[in-house]
Design a protein around this ligand. Structure first.
Ligand code: DC
Length: 225
């Protein structure tokens, strides 16, 4: 059986760290769907489009060639022939990604590549609508339920380590704005699937989060045999 694991949750909840660790532990391919929205955001920003100009964002999709490639089992994201994996991690592009992800044409444009990866199975995918839209048939759906202060602190430390200048207040403000955008949009908002299992890792180290997730996965799978 080719496992399908969905992880959804807000920014800074540790989804990607957990997804990478699960992929390693269970020999699955990790698909970071946020990178796709970030790449469309980068493209919009490079084209000089205002962050809230949905019509212009929709119009430029024909020229945006966004693709995922794998190198040594690690996901890289491309805009045309350019590897933009690192470039999409700035605070500016985070806000662009959240803004473009509200545009129905963008979600439709990115649906196919995600559905294709999902249909192949053997994957752990993270995002906002994986359990509800991309992999409603996932074997296990986790929803990260991490408190806001913890998420902001983790994101601040991550950015400091990468040398991206920001204050705690800015990180918290951007995060609150993105949470609002991502959970209140009309189309595929961040929302737990009916059969999602909540995982609150606010007081957990990454290894503890992995152990808790693997227990949930094992319990779920042994019940479905
Ligand atoms: O997971 P992330 O923070 O890298 O995602 C960046 C943005 O992309 C996020 O603010 C909302 C959007 N996104 C989405 O709408 N649906 C997904 N499945 C993944 C990300």
């Amino acid at each position: 059986m080719k496992l399908k694991i969905a992880i959804d949750g807000p920014s800074g909840s540790g989804k990607s760290t957990l997804a990478k660790n699960i992929a390693k532990a269970l020999g699955l391919v990790y698909v970071d769907t946020g990178a796709l929205y970030r790449t469309v955001g980068l493209y919009a920003s490079r084209c000089g489009i205002a962050i809230d100009d949905a019509a212009k964002v929709a119009a430029l999709l024909d020229g945006a060639r966004v693709s995922l490639r794998y190198s040594d089992g690690t996901q890289r994201v491309y805009l045309g022939d350019e590897d933009v994996t690192e470039l999409i991690r700035t605070p500016e592009i985070s806000m662009y990604a959240s803004a473009v992800s509200k545009v129905p044409a963008v979600r439709k444009y990115l649906l196919e590549v995600q559905k294709k990866m999902a249909s192949e199975g053997g994957v752990v995918m993270d995002g906002r609508d994986i359990g509800t839209v991309i992999m409603p048939d996932a074997d296990v759906k986790l929803f990260m339920d991490t408190d806001m202060q913890t998420r902001a602190q983790r994101r601040y430390e991550e950015m400091s380590q990468k040398g991206i200048e920001s204050t705690r207040e800015e990180v918290l403000r951007d995060m609150a704005k993105r949470d609002k955008n991502d959970s209140e949009r009309d189309i595929s908002p961040l929302t737990p699937a009916d059969d999602a299992i909540f995982l609150d890792n606010s007081r957990m180290e990454p290894e503890e989060t992995l152990a808790a997730a693997l227990k949930i996965i094992n319990d779920r799978l042994s019940r479905s045999i």
